[in-house]
Design a protein around this ligand. Structure first.
Ligand SMILES: O=C(O)CCC(=O)C(=O)O
Length: 266
């Protein structure tokens, strides 16, 4: 049964613990299409290895954390994904009216030498005043398991600003060192989605299996929490469509196409 909305308990979990997981957020057809489009971007060489050899600079020859950010300039399909009807339902419940797309990206971990992304809070980058006014939707493109380095989160600490430093295992990330004994490991089948607010510390691990594993991460911010120049700012011509409330765009305003209606047949 495709996602039609969070239960009250799930909303309470997001608001008090900073995360909630939905194992069947996308249908089979949707996740197959997401996987196929990510494959296309990978085969075109658009994913970049950001893993480094412990100095934050030297690109690793032995491990790979393949990232593409943003995806939208390269893919009509990924331009359309934030307009999917179930995203609108989820964002209306978690962020309310005037939820906007903040950024879109994907991380792919090749089999055997896929590298994790170290612990961080997204709010260490974005610094919004209320960390519950922003959420990631992290989609498991393949089954995400302990063995292939699925996401871990630290519940209930989203209102603490942990100290971050440059991540020596990445060419541009920052990282923190939370109390890992509190971590929850979130295993998800392909098509599942993990929601975590901007303050929730999260990390992925190494992929020790033979098969690749990827996550597509869309980030959303309530318009009342955005920096002053946010709507004027574009990355490669892509702006920040409003996705919920009476000002919601169905894709027509931003891209001239009614993506909400067309999805997933893009
Ligand atoms: O998938 C990953 O390795 C990291 C994803 C992440 O950090 C995020 O979505 O904020």
């Amino acid at each position: 049964m495709p996602f039609t909305g969070f239960s009250e308990d799930q909303i309470r979990q997001f608001q008090s613990q900073g995360w909630v997981a939905i194992p069947d957020f996308w249908s089979e057809a949707e996740i197959s299409a997401i996987r196929a489009e990510l494959d296309r971007l990978k085969n075109e060489g658009l994913l970049r290895n950001v893993a480094t050899d412990g100095d934050g600079k030297t690109h690793s020859q032995t491990k790979a954390n393949l990232q593409i950010c943003p995806m939208a300039p390269h893919s009509r399909f990924f331009r359309a994904m934030p307009f999917a009807p179930q995203i609108k339902v989820a964002l209306s419940q978690l962020l309310g009216d005037n939820a906007t797309l903040h950024l879109d990206q994907a991380f792919l971990k090749p089999g055997k030498h896929g590298a994790g992304t170290n612990w961080h809070q997204d709010n260490a980058y974005f610094k919004i005043p209320d960390p519950l006014k922003g959420t990631a939707i992290w989609t498991a493109v393949h089954d995400a398991t302990i063995a292939n380095g699925t996401m871990r989160v630290i519940p209930g600490v989203f209102d603490q600003n942990l100290e971050h430093q440059r991540d020596p295992d990445s060419d541009h990330h920052i990282r923190c060192w939370p109390d890992e004994s509190q971590a929850v490991t979130v295993e998800l089948p392909a098509g599942g989605a993990l929601f975590f607010c901007y303050g929730t510390p999260h990390a992925t691990g190494a992929n020790l299996t033979n098969k690749e594993r990827a996550g597509v991460a869309l980030h959303f911010l309530n318009a009342d929490s955005v920096p002053d120049d946010y709507f004027g700012r574009q990355v490669n011509g892509i702006g920040h469509p409003v996705l919920t409330g009476s000002n919601a765009d169905d894709g027509t305003i931003s891209y001239g196409e009614p993506f909400a209606k067309l999805w997933p047949h893009i």
